[in-house]
Design a protein around this ligand. Structure first.
Ligand code: ADP
Ligand code: MG
Length: 276
């Protein structure tokens, strides 16, 4: 349940047995926060966690299928999807958790959308690092640190390049999943967000020779399939694991929200301008 600040305490939310590294950027950077506005805090965390400032730009001349506008479309589209499915996600969490996943994710991605709208001249990687820092700051429970580190690791993987291709996007999504697993220590079959990320990335790799649009379509379909496949699973990580066998028969809320992010990713690529 939220504390008096309306936030979930990370230590309460994530079982110690589930988490190897619970020190977040926030705890490491706590002194930085005093006196900063929300957006300034996020920019500061981004600079600290990337080790670069927004003034340094990536190399020029890379082929440009994906760029900062694509990442912005992905993040804004994710915020819209989460908002549209907020009650659905919360209902899923009511069945096997504490009925806050939709509210948590909506609050965090609404803040991400605001940060993205205000961001100017950032590389795609820097934008993702800012988004990740925003989620860590604004989302309580397990989902904030997990999705926050996912986006931050994806951003770090992209570095400061101004454009990137499908191989780099695949690498960034691999890095995102590695960040989730490093923090949450979940394996496939534990009934978590990993059960949507893993098949999505496998499908992306399998379909990449067909081009970005087809690969991202395959990834979205696989993420949805992965989320649906969590229904008969017994949870072994997170709050739902406290229910043991009673967690069977309900879709995992985090896997469902992951499938929404992959849906937004597919659309972000499909909405690219013809020359972009
Ligand atoms: P909380 O459970 O703290 O209330 P949320 O409701 O926002 O947090 O998020 C719950 C989701 O987080 C779960 O449905 C699951 O997908 C995901 N999750 C929980 N623990 C882990 C973990 N150790 N690894 C990966 N995902 C996890
Ligand atoms: Mg919850």
């Amino acid at each position: 349940m939220p504390n008096s600040n309306g936030r979930m305490a990370t230590q309460d939310a994530m079982n110690p047995k589930d988490v190897r590294h619970r020190r977040t950027s926030r705890s490491r950077c706590a002194p930085l926060y005093a006196g900063l506005t929300q957006v300034a805090q996020v920019a500061k965390v981004a600079a600290v966690t990337t080790g670069v400032s927004a003034g340094r730009r990536g190399r020029r001349g890379a082929p440009p299928p994906f760029d900062a506008a694509f990442v912005a479309r992905w993040l804004q589209g994710s915020a819209a999807e989460i908002a549209a499915h907020r009650d659905f996600l919360t209902q899923l969490d009511a069945a096997i958790g504490d009925a806050d996943h939709g509210v948590n994710m909506d609050r965090g991605f609404a803040a991400v959308a605001t940060v993205v709208a205000a961001a100017d001249g950032l590389s795609p990687g820097e934008l993702l690092v800012q988004a990740g820092a925003t989620l860590v700051l604004r989302v309580g429970g397990a989902a904030g640190p997990l999705y926050g580190s996912a986006l931050r690791e994806a951003g770090r993987s992209l570095g400061t390049a101004s454009t990137f291709g499908l191989p780099e996007l695949t690498g960034a999504l691999d890095a995102a999943l590695a960040g989730i697993v490093k923090l949450g220590a979940a394996e496939e079959g534990d009934k978590t967000i990993v059960d949507a990320w893993m098949p999505a990335l496998q499908a992306l790799r399998d379909a990449r020779s067909a081009g970005a649009a087809a690969a991202l379509h395959a990834a979205r379909i696989a993420a949805e399939g992965g989320a649906a496949a969590t229904t008969p699973m017994e949870a072994r990580k997170g709050r739902a694991s406290y229910l043991g066998a009673r967690s069977v028969g309900h879709q995992d809320p985090g896997a469902a929200s992951t499938s929404l992010l992959f849906g937004a990713l597919e659309r972000a690529a499909a909405d690219a301008p013809p020359d972009g």
